[in-house]
Write a protein that binds this ligand. Structure first.
Ligand code: FEO
Length: 399
């Protein structure tokens, strides 16, 4: 397998994971890549490694350019094992003179890989000389782990941005100008929503830092660790991130529900109709079919969320538990919402939906609608009214 040249001195030497469909609970229907980069020069330098299972693919790409034992420096921007997993094997095979990571990177690498690799630590503003060229480091804590950092190759204006500006998208054409935007845009939104969204305030500060410090003006290529490399239009990705991080609520509502015998499903359709009557764009998402990571993706530009659940064994339906735990961690801002559901003899669990929404800082528009068994015409009208009430509040909020 061959390396791909991305600039005068830099090659992509990563791996393509065409078949992964579950990335720690995130559905990756288009697979992913683990991007690693090789900088040639007097001190050849490897930026990041790959998931351990893809070590041989990365080494094969490195060997298409140089003898791996010629590599003198390894830089680890992030300790998560999709980028550090093959680091111990690399260290054993390459025997680099120096390895660099952030202070917390060292801690996290030690705690995960349990190998003494004689790693040096760097902090924001530190640089290393790679033989005529200079790499400068910027910590990007909590984007998305405490150890995360980015590295900047000054001479070629390449920002190795690790997970930031990345997406899960398997491709053998690795540049933004080689793949039409309609093929990758959903994956960009999905990656942000599922990986970076909880840290949106930090992302905004980071974007501000790269702009005001003058770093962004020097960036010619953004080379993240997943998906496409931004060489034609790096500003487009920065612009998208600023938009994503702002979490501006849109005229869009998610109705997320599950159903046992169809009653909660009937209520969900009425809720959607009520929102439609108020002029709101609706996504009706049955948890029979919708994956949690796609619900999260749709939530990024939404302004409202309405949850519906049946009651089983005096509790919410299990799929609602899954989505509530997941969404609560993602901390989407600026939502209004409400809850509804059908029960047989004890409706109290449906109120728990409202409590979870409150925990998520969702503005509750009205009390939960609880319907005993199969909804009557009156119940269906109440569901329609609930949708209308949430739609009206969203419309008012967006004025
Ligand atoms: Fe792609 Fe946080 O690892």
């Amino acid at each position: 397998m061959d390396a791909i040249k991305i600039s005068e001195k830099v090659y992509w030497v990563g791996a393509i994971d065409w078949n992964i469909r579950d990335f720690h609970g995130y559905s990756t229907l288009r697979g992913t890549t683990y991007n690693a980069y090789l900088i040639l020069g007097p001190k050849p330098t490897l930026i990041d490694t790959v998931k351990e299972a893809f070590h041989d693919e990365m080494m094969s790409r490195i060997k298409s350019v140089i003898n791996p034992s010629d590599i003198k420096i390894i830089i680890s921007n992030h300790a998560e094992m999709d980028h550090s997993g093959s680091l111990p094997k690399c260290v054993r095979e390459i025997k680099p003179q120096e390895i660099y990571t952030s202070t917390l990177g060292l801690k996290h690498i030690d705690l995960q890989l349990h190998e003494n690799m004689n790693i040096k630590t760097v902090k924001t503003g530190d640089s290393v000389d790679i033989g005529g060229d200079k790499i400068t480091f910027y910590e990007s804590r909590m984007l998305h782990w405490p150890d995360s950092m980015v590295s900047f190759l000054e001479s070629e204006g390449i920002l190795f941005s690790n997970d930031i500006f990345g997406m899960h998208f398997a491709t053998n054409k690795i540049f933004d100008d080689e793949v039409p935007e309609h093929e990758w845009i959903y994956e960009a939104v999905k990656y942000y929503s599922n990986i970076i969204m909880p840290y949106s305030d930090i992302a905004l500060k980071f974007l501000d830092f790269v702009k005001t410090s003058g770093l962004l003006a020097k960036v010619k290529i953004i080379a993240p660790d997943h998906g496409l490399i931004w060489r034609k239009n790096p500003a487009r990705m920065v612009e998208l991130y600023a938009r994503f991080a702002a979490q501006k609520p849109g005229n869009k509502a998610l109705v997320v529900y599950d159903t046992m015998w169809g009653s909660t499903g009937k209520l969900a359709e009425q809720v959607a109709d009520g929102l439609t009557q108020e002029g709101v764009r609706v996504k009706l998402m049955s948890l029979h079919n919708a994956h949690r990571s796609d619900v999260a993706t749709e939530l990024l530009d939404a302004g409202a969320i309405i949850l519906g659940s049946p009651v089983i064994n005096s509790a919410l339906f299990p799929s609602l538990g899954d989505i509530l735990f997941y969404l609560r961690g993602l901390k989407k801002k600026y939502l209004v919402g409400a809850a509804f559901g059908s029960y047989g003899w004890a409706g109290a669990p449906i109120d728990e939906l409202t409590k979870y929404l409150e925990d998520m800082k969702v503005e509750i528009v009205c009390p939960a609608l609880k319907v005993c068994f199969v909804p009557t015409e009156k119940d269906l009208r109440a569901a329609l009214d609930l949708g209308r009430a949430v739609g009206a509040r969203l419309t008012e909020k967006l004025k």
